[in-house]
Design a protein around this ligand. Structure first.
Ligand code: SER
Length: 322
């Protein structure tokens, strides 16, 4: 039978060249071969085989609308944003990109009857008033970065669009995401990505966070799986329409270095904190994600030893083949 495009569920990924967008695109193509995938970003180095690429600035609402109409998009993953560190370097632009971008997506999704939207929140939505350990699903939230303010506001806008317009928008509060295919991208948790590159390049790393700064983290494969599982879950199981706490582990730079040393015996770490320490100090150390586990069955697969082993193996392979 000939399947025409209108009969196929068309998925749009906005921010498809980034850390999460590129991996989610690859996973969708791999796991749902029947899906038509359209990838959008300001530029691309490579689009996965089987996807179409459209150049898009998410602030350009009319171009986004044209793409949604042209492809009859039925599902959107909106992943374009400035992270915490880049956001502090340009607060007003970060606010504009993160908020106006989201509102463009939400508004057009309602207008063009897009069935489902994914948008990521972050541990940056928490603040110094949030408990540091075992942060519940709905604690005090008083973010101090513009990135965090945009995430908290975005969560509330997602909930608003669900309640007011019935838009099936779903979200996760990602912890620090550790991955090897894309370079670190302007976040406070990115020390835990840089450290692997430097360990393999020169055998040492200077951490911009203090030795004992504990933050929630997750390996990229778990983050991608969490995202796709949330998007596949029966709508009746989604009780949270702001954003779900999700986590896999929490560690400090010193603890991470100790596990790296089990593989690279001569690895050395030292510590020279900078302004990013101030950001990290406002974030929690340990998240309670029981609601996600109960509602739609979230369960992480990678702990700290597995994460370190995957990162070193994959980066070493990439380095030796380049
Ligand atoms: N990884 C992000 C950052 O560090 C937090 O969500 O900005």
């Amino acid at each position: 039978m000939n399947i025409t495009q209108t009969e196929r569920p068309v998925t749009l990924i906005i921010g498809s060249s980034g850390q999460l967008g590129s991996e989610i695109a690859a996973a969708i193509l791999n796991e749902y071969p029947g899906k038509t995938l359209v990838c959008c970003d300001l530029h691309t180095d490579s689009t996965p085989d089987g996807a179409e690429f459209e150049t898009l600035d998410v602030l350009d609402k009319s171009s986004l609308e044209a793409i949604i109409k042209r492809h009859q998009v039925r599902e959107i993953y909106h992943l374009a944003a400035l992270l915490s560190v880049k956001g502090e370097q340009n607060p007003l632009f970060a606010w504009r990109l993160n908020m106006e971008g989201l509102l463009n997506v939400l508004d057009l999704a309602v207008r063009h009857k897009v069935g489902r939207v994914f948008w990521p929140s972050s541990i940056a939505a928490f603040g110094p008033g949030t408990p540091r350990d075992w942060v519940p699903q709905l604690p005090v939230m008083d973010p101090r970065t513009v990135y965090g303010i945009s995430k908290l506001s975005g969560e509330l806008w997602c909930q608003y669009y669900f309640q007011r317009y019935g838009l099936d928008v779903r979200s996760l509060r990602y912890p620090g995401i550790i991955s090897w295919r894309t370079p670190p991208g302007g976040g406070t948790t990115d020390y835990a990505v840089e450290i692997f590159h430097e360990a393999l390049r020169c055998g040492s790393y200077t951490s911009f966070l203090q030795a004992h700064t504990r933050l929630p983290m997750m390996y990229i494969d778990d983050a991608v799986r969490a995202t796709l599982e949330l998007m596949q879950a029966d709508a009746a199981r989604i009780s949270v329409r702001t954003s779900y706490n999700v986590t896999a582990m929490s560690f400090t730079p010193m603890e991470l270095a100790e596990v790296i040393k089990l593989h690279l015996y001569d690895f050395r770490i030292d510590y020279r904190e900078d302004f990013r320490q101030v950001i990290a100090d406002t974030w929690p150390a340990v998240i309670d994600d029981q609601v996600a586990r109960t509602d739609w069955g979230w369960n992480h697969h990678y702990d700290l030893p597995a994460l370190v082993s995957e990162m070193l193996t994959n980066l070493a392979t990439t380095r030796s083949s380049s």
